[in-house]
Design a protein. Structure first.
Length: 105
């Protein structure tokens, strides 16, 4: 009788431990997916920032193609581009800093 109770308790502990290990697997999958998406977002933001900088340096006039800025002065559009570039660069730096903090943990 004692042997049956101890085997039952041991089986319950083993099953609970296996369930605990399996419970973390989806979290690991989603964590890896999140890190992959974050890397892709950083690369996309860098590319977008580079494109906007190139547009400004080469004086390419894309203002008529943007409905919000079609009827506004060019100075306002250039200011919008500058602010957009700075905002993206700050976002990139913030995300890279967060990524480095996660790696160091």
């Amino acid at each position: 009788m004692v042997l049956f109770i101890s085997v039952t308790i041991l089986a319950a502990v083993v099953i609970a431990y296996q369930d605990l290990r399996r419970a973390d697997q989806p979290l690991i999958y989603y964590k890896e997916k999140y890190e992959e998406l974050q890397r892709a977002y950083i690369e996309l933001a860098k590319s977008h920032s580079y494109i906007l900088e190139t547009i400004m340096k080469n004086n390419v006039n894309i203002q008529p193609y943007l409905a919000d800025f079609a009827n506004k002065p060019p100075e306002e559009f250039n200011e919008y581009l500058r602010r957009r570039i700075v905002a993206m660069q700050l976002e990139i730096e913030r995300l890279e800093y967060e990524k480095q903090k996660l790696i160091q943990k």
